[in-house]
Design a protein around this ligand. Structure first.
Ligand code: NDP
Length: 448
């Protein structure tokens, strides 16, 4: 539905005219502004302070050249980005994505959403995002290291433990964070908590690796329980087979569900006996291989070429954990037709606006990414706290804090939805709950 509020639609029109080619960014802003209508109508001071105009414009965008040399001695040049979106409630915080599809639109969409997500965690973190169009697939460890070193040789000037704290995202896992951290430390001669997702021996937090997938299931569990449902005995489809997907599988399975399908960008596997997350871990994290090699481990499973068809696999709960816009209207229709009752987003903006509208119209319980995948950044926030305290908490301590945070995020989103007259709509509730804290901080800090 187009934005109705005159102030919001005016801001959106101006933004669309200035950034016409940035379709993912505009999609993300459109979705947020639409759901902020009741909050903006109730608070005329937002318009007076030009709050929304300021919120949709990043505080700073850095774009830079990343030259590096491959194993054969050939020189390559990639493009790097860091978008520092909003620092009103804390230092910029958000991941780095290495994927050939990365461009300014994708980094701005992710940075914009990150602001609301970080606010929802209740921790003092502003929003940012970065990355590069570099593709780590098929590169040797040495090539990845040289690329990361070149990337950090520029990025280090713009980040800092109290200024901007990047983390991982698609294509940036423990290996990449290690190389990035090593180069930061070498250049600055500082051992600080400037990155999160670090290895445990050098300041990482236990449970950070698992946090996004676990947090997704903690959030989904709350949403299901509030509606008389649970993971127990449910069939679950998880798209993707990366960091988020693997630990979503583990936690959903521990809650009594059976994960029957998972994917990568080439295709998907179906195993009605339940997919063991340890096999996916071996394939993806150790072998760095394709998901179709699952058949080497479980010959009775089925592999289907092409990832888009995964939503045709009948399930009770769908957890899209791969990438943006991976769940289109056709996928939403297939889920509804097959009796799915809940969709919880692990990836960022995995469902298209048409898919979200269709799922909501068909009374599917829907957990939006900003709320349901906030466990990763929340635990990054806990890693920052531990670094500042020069302490390491146990896995159980971190996991318990994560569970409390996800329970609170669910309650805040559900309460905000009810307060603003859209009970049960967690998309609107999450956006409003995340927004109001940032809005209040920005109002206090003047026109900056
Ligand atoms: P990874 O790089 O670890 O994994 C991404 C996975 O998605 C890979 O298995 C990849 O397969 C697969 N994939 C990519 N495109 C498609 C597609 N079109 N169809 C099916 N599968 C696809 O990334 P993460 O798990 O870290 O991130 C996944 C999503 O979660 C992203 O949207 C990210 O922004 C979001 N997220 C991640 C957080 C984190 O803590 N890691 C925190 C919050 C959100 P292939 O190997 O073929 O590329």
């Amino acid at each position: 539905m187009p934005i109705q509020n005159e102030y919001l639609s005016g801001v959106y029109a101006g933004l669309a005219a200035r950034n016409a080619e940035q379709k993912e960014f505009l999609q993300a802003v459109d979705e947020v502004l639409e759901s902020l209508e009741p909050a903006v109508a109730a608070h005329p001071e937002y318009q007076k302070a030009g709050l929304i105009e300021r919120m949709v414009e990043p505080e700073r965008v850095v774009m830079f050249r990343i030259p590096w040399v491959d194993d054969a001695g050939k020189v390559h040049v990639n493009r790097g980005y860091r978008v520092q979106f909003n620092s009103s409630i804390g230092p910029y915080k958000g991941g780095l994505r290495f994927h050939p599809s990365v461009n300014l639109s994708i980094i701005k969409f992710l940075g914009f959403e990150q602001c609301f997500k970080n606010s929802l965690t209740g921790l003092p973190m502003g929003g940012g995002k970065g990355g590069s169009d570099f593709d780590p697939h098929g590169k040797s460890d040495d090539e990845v290291m040289r690329f990361c070193q070149s990337f950090m040789t520029e990025l280090y000037r713009h980040i800092g433990a109290d200024c901007d704290v990047p983390a991982g995202d698609i294509g940036v896992g423990g290996r990449e964070i290690g190389y990035l951290y090593g180069q930061y430390k070498r250049i600055t001669n500082q051992f600080t908590g400037v990155l999160t997702g670090k290895g445990i021996p050098y300041g990482g937090s236990l449970a950070r690796t698992q946090a996004t997938g676990y947090g997704l299931c903690y959030f989904a569990k709350e949403m299901l329980a509030a509606n008389g449902k649970s993971f127990e005995g449910a069939k679950v489809v998880v798209s993707g087979s990366g960091n988020v997907a693997i630990y979503a599988n583990q936690k959903a399975t521990s809650f009594g569900a059976k994960v029957v399908a998972m994917s990568d960008s080439n295709g998907y596997i179906v195993d009605e006996n339940g997919i063991d997350y340890k096999v996916i871990q071996q394939i993806k994290e150790v072998n760095r291989a394709r998901i179709k090699t699952y058949l080497d481990f479980v010959p009775t499973a089925k592999y289907v070429e092409g990832s888009a068809g995964i939503w045709n696999v009948p399930c009770d709960i769908a957890l899209p954990c791969a990438t943006q816009n991976e769940l289109p209207l056709a996928g939403a229709k297939a889920l509804v037709a097959n009796g799915c009752f809940a969709v919880a987003e692990g990836a960022n903006m995995p469902s298209t606006p048409e898919a979200v509208a269709y799922l909501q119209a068909n009374h599917i319980l829907f957990a939006p990414a900003k709320a349901s995948n906030a466990g990763g950044v929340a635990t990054s926030g806990l890693e920052m706290s531990q670094n500042s305290l020069r302490l390491s908490w146990t896995f159980e301590e971190v996991d318990e804090r994560l569970q409390n945070i996800m329970t609170n995020i669910y309650a805040n989103a559900a309460n905000a939805a009810e307060e603003y007259g859209v009970k049960g709509n967690l998309v609107a509730g999450a956006n409003i709950a995340g927004f109001t804290k940032i809005a209040s901080a920005m109002l206090s800090q003047g026109i900056v």
